[in-house]
Structures are given as C-alpha cells and as structure tokens.
Design a protein around this ligand. Structure first.
Ligand code: SF4
Length: 472
C-alpha cells in the first residue's frame, strides 16, 4: 500500500481497492487529478524559489525542495508500505545527509485542511524518519489564496500518528479483501476516475442514490423503511411514502411523488411530463423572434471567467450551419475590454432573451452590470432577459436520468460534442495548459468546447418547445 491508496481510502474505500486491484482499462482519465498535479507543481516551485529537484540525489545534495521520491519501508512485521511525499522541504536539523533534514509538505486546494492532508503528512513522516535518520515534529500544508502562498504547520503528535496507524491497518485489510460497496455519498463520485465503472454497477443493482434528489441520508431513511432499491421505490404508494418522509415537512408528499416518478422514469427509460403548459407558452413567446444562448468557462480558484460564448439564434429549428457563434476571450482578466464586448452584443438586440443552463451565467452578468455602474432598473431589466433552462426543464419534465446536468441531458437527447470525453474540468485543464505554454491550440479546443455547450443548450430548448407543443 502507498500514500495514494491512503488518500483514496479517506475519500472512498472502494476507490482505494480499485486503484490497487481494479482493471485499469475501466478507469477514465480525470482532469481534476491532472489540474491538481499542475497546480501543485507550480505552487511548490514558487515556494522553493525554483530550487526543486527530483529523487534521492536531490536529498543528498541538500536542495530546498524535493519531489518524486518514493520510500519503501515496513509498518509492522509483515506490512510493506511506500510513501510518495508530495514535497520534501529542507529545514534545520541533522540527518544522515548532513546538517539539515527534510519535512513532508502537501498541497491544499481551497481553504479547508482535511483528514486527507493530515494523514498524508503523518504517514510520510513514519517512513521518512527512519529513512533520513532524523525525527520529524511537524509537516506543512501549502496553499494559495488570491495568488499568495499560504503555509500551515501541522504538529505530527502521537495521537495523530496512532490514528493514522489504525487507518493504515484498515486500509491493508481492505486491500486484501473483496471489493467494497459503492459509497453512500455519491457526490464524491463526480470527480472519480472509476465513476463509469461504479455507475454501471449501481444502475444494475438499483441503487437508491441513483435517483435525483436522493442523497445518502434519504437513502438510509428509505432503507430503514424497507425500500432498498429503485424497483421497490418505483412501485410504492405515493401517500404511504410521503408519510415516511416527514423530514421534508410540508414538501413530504410532493417529494414522495417526485421520487417515485423519477424511479419509474429511470427504470423504464421513458420521460415523464409534469404539466407546465404556461411556462412553455411563455418561453415560446419570448424566444420566437430570436434569442441568444450564453455560456461561460471559468477558473473558480482564480475567480476568473476566461471565455464568454454567445450563440445568436434568429429562429428556432434553423440549420446549425446558419447560427452565428461569438466567443469573447478574457485572457488577462482584462475586464474593461471583455465587458465592453459583452454589453455590445447584449444590447445589439435589446429585447432578445438570453438562454443559459444553470445559474452561473446570470450571476456573472449581474456582477458585470454592477461593475459597470448600471442603475438598479437597468440591472433588473437585463437580469429579466435571462432564462435558465436547467430550472425550466426540471419544472417541466422528469427525465430517465441520474442528474440534470447539461452533459447528461443533452447526451440523452442525442447531442454529441465534437471533442471526445470533454467536460468543464477538461476545459479548465486546457486553460491551465494554455497559460503555461501559450499554445493557441488549447484556446481553439476551449472555444470549440464552449460552442458545443451552447449548441447543446439550444438542443434542450428545442426539445422543450417541440415536445410541449406536441403534448398540448
Ligand atoms: S465512483 Fe464513487 S463509489 Fe466508485 S470508487 Fe469512485 S468514489 Fe468510490
């Protein structure tokens, strides 16, 4: 077992097992992991003023930062372990290499220092101590906040070491046993490289957490009431289920009805129309004389929207080739220039609504309008032009899907992205690559991805209109 297994184990036992024993061909490439690696290297390098080297030789030479070192050792008599410290940082002391020693350091994304960071540091120290022949009192957590490097010291006391030892024993037992269950908290799965593999099994076994709106707590509550899978849930009586869902208070019967319909749709593969005639007539009336579709690509850690994409649609159901797409890049976070272009587009067709998927786009535009000192009335009038199709589709349909994300819904409608296996995270990964290499090919990929996102949103709008009109 190694540091990576421990990291996975703290997130999901099954992930640790799959990383160790799973068939690699079932694993998919994770942009999150790649982004993490790049960020990690950049921040470590900045922290060590560029004096960062790889492997054992770097320790012997006493360089400030050492990466890529793997150290093997024995935890107990017969348990072999390997640490892969993210970074070793030179400090005062005495080790087998001379009048210095190394401390383990980890990179942290976001604000919260978690078990994952603490365990990694403690595990690293356990094998690093005998290896460098020097005691380690503390480890370091390195992060950035508004582009400034932050450092947190973690004391690796007896209590923490003992705790990690226990976790390592459990990890060892887990890796030797059979594959663990899928995690109850399926939110963790969204950034996991084994997601496809686990999703397939979850669907086959009728996992309750496959149903939109059912998280780990609701799933446990249902199980306690004898509803153990989606099949049982689909056949349940709405009133009886509502009585069991008192935690949802006034909404208990409404929730019960949605959960049951959602399960039925999920199992049968058939969508279910919630009558919503007025909303659709309203949408049709608003968009019949033209509209924009708007989609943003951003780097949330830097609070930087690097691409604003507009698709101009003069008429619904026009040929895709006749649509006009305008990307506005914001490469240097030069707000003035990109804001001017956005306002120019939005006000070139003052009455046109702006369709988007999810709340981000509307929030971004309101912020831009505030930044440009628009009056309250102007902001109100601009915001009222925005129509969130994600909210609308949820109000109008129960779809046979696990979630209502843009990719899931539009894929189900048959939309295909021109680039394979893409996602917002992959676009962010390309953006980071562009910043490092300045190779325009990455910008081209991002723009094509964003254009496809706009087209996918259009396909959802067309579906809403077409099917609602048919049913009425
Ligand atoms: S997809 Fe979910 S259940 Fe499967 S290994 Fe990853 S986190 Fe665990």
């Amino acid at each position: 077992m190694n540091s990576l297994h421990l990291k996975s184990f703290t997130r999901c036992k099954r992930k640790a097992w799959l990383d160790f024993k799973g068939k690699k061909s079932f694993q998919i490439w994770s942009p999150h992991k790649a982004i993490d690696k790049v960020n990690q290297f950049q921040i470590f390098s900045k922290f060590c003023n560029g004096e960062i080297y790889t492997g054992l030789k770097a320790c012997e030479n006493g360089y400030q930062g050492v990466i890529g070192l793997k150290i093997k050792g024995n935890l107990f008599q017969n348990i072999n372990a390997e640490i892969r410290p993210q970074l070793l940082l030179k400090t005062k002391g005495k080790s087998k290499w001379g009048q210095y020693k190394y401390l383990p350091a980890v990179y942290k994304l976001g604000h919260k220092t978690t078990k994952e960071h603490l365990f990694d540091l403690a595990f690293s120290s356990m094998l690093l101590e005998p290896f460098q022949e020097s005691k380690i009192e503390k480890g370091l957590v390195i992060s950035t906040f508004y582009k400034k490097v932050k450092l947190e010291e973690i004391y690796l006391n007896k209590k923490l070491r003992k705790k990690v030892l226990n976790v390592l024993l459990n990890l060892n037992e887990c890796l030797e046993g059979s594959i663990p269950e899928i995690t109850q908290d399926r939110k963790k799965c969204t950034i996991c490289s084994w997601q496809k593999f686990c999703d397939k099994e979850a669907k086959e076994n009728g996992y309750l957490t496959d149903i939109d709106g059912i998280g780990s707590k609701t799933a446990s509550l249902l199980k306690a009431n004898g509803i153990t899978n989606t099949q049982t849930l689909a056949l349940y009586n709405e009133k009886q289920l509502g009585d069991k869902l008192s935690k949802f208070k006034d909404q208990k019967y409404e929730k019960a009805s949605i959960f049951i319909k959602q399960s039925k749709a999920y199992i049968s593969g058939e969508p279910y129309l919630i009558s919503n005639k007025n909303n659709m007539e309203d949408l049709l009336e608003k968009i019949c004389s033209g509209f924009y579709i708007f989609d943003i690509e951003s780097n949330p850690d830097d609070k930087h929207d690097f691409l604003y994409g507009f698709l101009k649609v003069n008429k619904l159901f026009t040929k895709k080739e006749d649509l006009f797409y305008k990307p506005i890049l914001n490469l240097k976070n030069n707000k003035v220039e990109s804001y001017r272009k956005i306002v120019e587009i939005l006000f070139s067709q003052k009455e046109w609504p702006v369709l988007h998927y999810g709340e981000t786009e509307k929030i971004a535009i309101i912020n831009i309008a505030k930044n440009l000192n628009f009056s309250f009335e102007e902001i109100d009038s601009l915001a009222s032009r925005f129509i969130d199709l994600h909210t609308l589709i949820r109000k109008s349909w129960i779809l046979p899907l696990k979630n209502y994300g843009l990719k899931t819904v539009s894929n189900w409608l048959g939309f295909e992205w021109m680039q394979k296996n893409v996602s917002g995270s992959k676009a962010l990964y390309w953006w980071i690559q562009y910043q490092i290499t300045e190779n325009e090919i990455f910008l081209k990929k991002i723009i094509l991805y964003n254009k496809n996102d706009c087209m996918a949103t259009l396909q959802i709008a067309e579906y809403l209109i077409k099917n609602q009109l048919k049913k009425n």
